[in-house]
Design a protein around this ligand. Structure first.
Ligand SMILES: [Mg+2]
Length: 262
């Protein structure tokens, strides 16, 4: 094994690194949509912005900032509301415990804000989420105000990309490792914004019931469909034990989708 400097997830010499989206993938509801719809300018304006992004009239970065800027609720109150409204996938805890016991680092890559993600995970898992890395956007004071005051906070983007957070940046150095040093890289996601990140990994777990599957097929990306984290856990166990290869899983994934479409 070469130097792990700058590659923190290699520290324990894992066979698999599991990268994952947060909102809608680990959680059942999207926390940013929830804030915009219930505390900000509402679902209609949000949908308009989403469409403008799809039509390439607006960058995701600008649209997302606009949505969150419409939320004036103090940041601590936003977190309290989200803790009541957002639920975790019922099998994520089990996956988390298994990953911890089997040296599979979990890396959450999100467009959401770190303090929101941490608060939701710790509340829903019922303990500190120390076996889990979070790479996401952050929150900052607006105009020097206290973030826990009315209109006091705004999103602080992770990087200069037009996504605000380019999720592929975190994966690329691992994907570039020589084959004999490179762990298997897995990714779970539910949105089209997960595609650029998933393209760097060996297999994408794409959440059932959205456009992601269609995009994967069009781009020839290896994927398998999941409904909840129990199937992700089963497949990841089999990949770790060598019972199946990522290639087998992707081929089987394709077949399942085509069978269902017939
Ligand atoms: Mg998502």
């Amino acid at each position: 094994m070469g130097s792990v400097e700058g590659l923190p997830y290699l520290k324990t010499n894992p066979k698999i690194i599991f990268f994952t989206d947060f909102d809608g993938t680990i959680t059942l509801q999207d926390s940013n949509d929830y804030m915009t719809d219930n505390l900000g300018y509402g679902v209609e304006r949000r949908r308009e912005k989403n469409i403008a992004v799809l039509d390439q009239k607006l960058s995701f970065r600008d649209a997302f900032r606009d949505m969150l800027d419409s939320v004036k609720t103090p940041f601590n109150e936003c977190i309290e509301r989200l803790l009541k409204a957002v639920k975790l996938d019922p099998y994520f805890s089990e996956f988390y415990e298994w990953a911890k016991a089997n040296n599979v680092p979990i890396v959450v890559l999100s467009s959401g804000m770190i303090p929101v993600i941490r608060a939701l995970l710790e509340n829903l898992l019922g303990h500190k989420a120390e076996h889990l890395h979070i790479v996401a956007n952050d929150v900052q004071s607006r105009d020097g105000k206290d973030i826990n005051s009315e209109g006091g906070w705004e999103i602080k983007y992770h990087d200069d990309s037009h996504f605000g957070h380019d999720k592929s940046l975190e994966i690329k150095p691992y994907a570039a490792l020589p084959t004999d040093e490179r762990p298997t890289l897995l990714y779970a996601g539910d949105g089209v914004s997960d595609l650029s990140a998933a393209a760097e990994t060996d297999l994408l777990f794409a959440k059932k019931g959205n456009d992601l599957v269609k995009y994967c097929e069009r781009q020839g990306m290896p994927f398998t469909v999941f409904e909840d984290w129990s199937s992700i856990l089963d497949v990841t166990k089999d990949i770790l034990s060598g019972k199946v290869s990522v290639k087998n899983v992707a081929q089987e994934g394709e077949r399942t989708v085509h069978r269902k479409q017939k």
